[in-house]
Design a protein around this ligand. Structure first.
Ligand code: NAG
Length: 299
């Protein structure tokens, strides 16, 4: 399973990096009601945020060569038998633009020591890091590993979010049911790392603002869905940081990247569920990445 999870993430990265030239009908009419941001923001702003995602996507060009739009590393189900995995990965780091850590990782202590080394090495190189699944378990044990690292993005589900909040905020945890504030508090307590709380609605915060993404999706929860989010977020984080704040209209690039990845994952889930219903698997969702990407971002 470890390998499968990493493969799902890698497949999404590969699909996004590959030529996505399909054309879908404009969705603007649907977007207004499909996306919801924090209460204070208007419908117009919701569509605007999607436009910001479009702004950061590098155009396809026959003049580019392989890897020019980004090389993303995925650390998941890694070489737990190799005591020297850090050095193996360090060899790759200079060539990578973003790292995704966690899918299918496991909690073996040697392995987690390796992951710690990989996180330190990535931070030293100022590489954006998306952390999911067992990577988040490690962060809950040792929040100092990413404390204050402005290019870290955490993608917790409900259980992982609670564990992180307990570890970082303890008794100070906001006990109110106002979810957006909980994401804001966790982000700030971690020194404004970007937090993407996955759920019925995805709630995203960079410690300053809160965005919500509630478009589409489906009621089907299949294993591996999170890998689609973390994998695509690795790609979008690199694109957003490279595009810079001019392209994101002053919003944090990582906030825009996270909104894009949540939108894409939910759109894939929606499209796959329409075709496969209860039997939908993450593989079916991965098959929708190309068409969903076109519908959302290239209309
Ligand atoms: C995080 O952002 C808040 C809101 O802008 C700010 O008050 C705080 O100083 C920031 N914290 C860090 C560690 O940058």
């Amino acid at each position: 399973m470890a390998t499968l999870a990493a493969v799902a993430g890698a497949a999404v990265v590969a699909l996004l990096s590959a030529a996505l030239a399909l054309y879908g009908p404009p969705l603007d009419a649907v977007l207004g009601r499909a996306f919801s941001l924090h209460k204070a923001r208007s419908m117009k702003n919701m569509a605007d945020t999607l436009q910001l995602v479009r702004n950061i996507i590098p155009p396809l060009s026959t003049k580019k060569h392989k890897g020019q739009d980004g090389r993303i590393g995925i650390v998941g189900g890694c070489q737990e038998d190799s005591p020297d995995a850090v050095h193996d990965v360090e060899k790759w780091l200079p060539r990578l633009h973003a790292l995704v850590v966690g899918p299918g990782l496991g909690r073996d202590s040697t392995l987690l020591d390796n992951v710690k080394g990989i996180l330190e090495a990535s931070k030293a190189r100022d590489i954006p890091i998306v952390i999911d699944a067992d990577g988040l378990w490690l962060i809950a044990q040792q929040p100092a590993l990413i404390q204050g690292y402005q290019k870290a993005i955490l993608t917790p589900n409900h259980a992982e979010f609670s564990r992180l909040s307990d570890a970082v905020l303890g008794d100070a945890k906001d006990s109110s049911s106002d979810r957006p504030r909980a994401e804001l508090s966790l982000s700030q307590a971690l020194g404004n790392v970007t937090v993407v709380h996955k759920g019925e609605r995805d709630v995203i915060s960079d410690g300053k603002q809160v965005l919500e993404c509630s478009r589409g999706g489906s009621s089907r929860r299949c294993g591996g869905q999170g890998d689609l989010l973390s994998g695509s977020l690795g790609v979008l984080a690199h694109w957003a940081l490279r595009a810079g704040p001019e392209k994101t209209n002053g919003l944090s690039p990582l906030l825009v990247a996270a909104f894009g990845a949540c939108s894409l994952t939910r759109q894939c889930s929606h499209q796959a569920f329409q075709k496969h219903g209860r039997s939908t698997t993450t593989t079916d969702m991965v098959a929708e990445v190309g068409p969903a990407f076109s519908r959302l971002f290239e209309a």
